[in-house]
Design a protein around this ligand. Sequence first.
Ligand SMILES: Nc1ncnc2c1ncn2[C@@H]1O[C@H](COP(=O)(O)OP(=O)(O)OP(=O)(O)O)[C@@H](O)[C@H]1O
Ligand SMILES: [Mg+2]
Length: 259
Amino acid sequence: MKHNAMKRVTAVANQKGGVGKTTTSINLAASLAALEKRVLLIDVDPQGNATTGLGIEKKAVNQGSYEILINATPLEDAMLPTSCEGLMLVPASMDLAGAEVELVGVKGRERVLEQALASYDGAPFDYVFIDCPPALNLITLNAFTASDRVLITLQAEFYAMEGLTQLMDTIRRVRGSLNPQLDMDGILLTMVDRRNNLSVQVEEEVRNYFGAQVYDASIPRNVRLSEAPSFGVPVMYHDIRSSGAQAYLQVAQEMIRRG
Ligand SMILES: Nc1ncnc2c1ncn2[C@@H]1O[C@H](COP(=O)(O)OP(=O)(O)OP(=O)(O)O)[C@@H](O)[C@H]1O
Ligand SMILES: [Mg+2]
């Protein structure tokens, strides 16, 4: 545990785009909140998809992750309640797109987010998730440095493992310098299509290769998951019986069980 008021901080990462990082951040966070955990989701992706997906308009955000990274705004001031009880959000504001460049000139530029989390002494959280951008950049390094763990989402398709060596190397380097406590949380397979041989094969291959690191539960391809963000709610508030909602609840339970 890196931060007193935050039992478990998990960066959700993969520099590959469109592999289910944001969908996982939103729906895993909401599922844990539904299981009566206190959860915080921090959106550090300039695309701001986690923010919009939780029904908050980026343009209306005055204080968010940009202000934390660049203006030393305290975490507490950048936190918003969401429509899900127990789930708070640090949104991405429009300015976040410039943060990557602005951070370069900041002293201790890889540790800004870590410092912000360390200074937080408000009501404690059981789980904190950081939704990373699809890049191994300074923002992602800030997330890795501030985290206890990294959860990697992998889309079950042919190129699933592409770039994984580079991602693992980055995690190893962060562990060797900025954050010795950083652990792998695990690998979550997303967009699995059981009717597609290739998808099934890829899932098998990933499980053989990474063994127990892979979550037993995987996320099926499910249209409800892609619809929910347009309603600004996690999938469980859009269609609780959908396979997507049920799968993320399973992952949440597995995460609790794994400890
Ligand atoms: N299990 C799923 N079934 C169907 N659609 C999904 C599923 N998971 C994600 N999607 C859709 O796929 C797209 C990419 O997912 P998502 O935004 O979660 O990926 P990401 O890794 O966060 O992307 P980026 O790298 O751009 O941040 C989105 O349109 C999302 O709605
Ligand atoms: Mg995303």
